[in-house]
Design a protein. Structure first.
Length: 199
């Protein structure tokens, strides 16, 4: 039986029962999967064998060396002038953003991910398309935990990060007005950032 080539790159064999090779298949996955794959590739290279660069003359055709994951990746998976693949460049940019914005390193982020079981601290879903975001108190800048963008932006953002509004939401869900058990909540002191009363 002849080997089926990838329908996308036409260079590598297609994965069993799929039409793409493993690299083309991986390129369609969410960033968290691509990061995990890059970290797994790096983990396979012993520390003493890792190199900052490999001469271009030693690169296989159509590939270049990535100093991040220490493997030869497709040329198309690398920025034009970078020494790392796009995934490893993203890992470094994320680590830099964590340090400059939240004052934490990527090891602290990883420990927090492990503490939360790799899931959003509120909805308990694993990250799907993007990494979990570092949530912080906007008044004190204290870091709180990792949340998916839906919980961070839509849930907490819509509640203006106010515990009272979230309590009212819980009471509303358990006792909707048409149930006969609902009681009108207290109007919060002050107004929302847009000047409107929160109810």
């Amino acid at each position: 039986m002849p080997l089926r080539l990838c329908k996308v790159c036409s260079m590598e064999p297609a994965e069993p029962r799929k039409q793409r090779c493993w690299e083309c298949e991986l390129s369609t996955k969410p960033v968290v999967d691509r990061v995990a794959a890059a970290e797994a590739r790096l983990a396979l290279v012993p520390e003493e064998c890792r190199r900052p660069r490999v001469p271009e003359s030693d690169w296989p055709p159509g590939r270049r060396f990535c100093s991040g994951c220490q493997t030869f990746v497709r040329v198309g998976d690398c920025p034009k002038d970078g020494s790392r693949c796009k995934t490893c460049t993203g890992i470094a940019a994320h680590a830099s953003m964590l340090q400059s914005t939240y004052g934490i390193d990527k090891d602290t982020y990883s420990r927090l991910m492990n503490l939360q079981g790799g899931r959003c601290a509120i909805c308990r879903n694993p990250p799907r398309k993007a990494r979990l975001s570092m949530d912080h108190d906007h008044r004190t800048n204290e870091n709180r935990g990792l949340l998916c963008s839906r919980c961070n932006d839509e849930l907490l953002g819509a509640a203006y990060h106010k515990i009272e509004i979230l309590r009212n939401a819980i009471f509303y869900l358990a006792n909707p007005p048409l149930s006969g058990r609902w009681q009108q909540p207290e109007i919060l002191d002050g107004t929302m950032p847009n000047g409107q009363i929160p109810y």
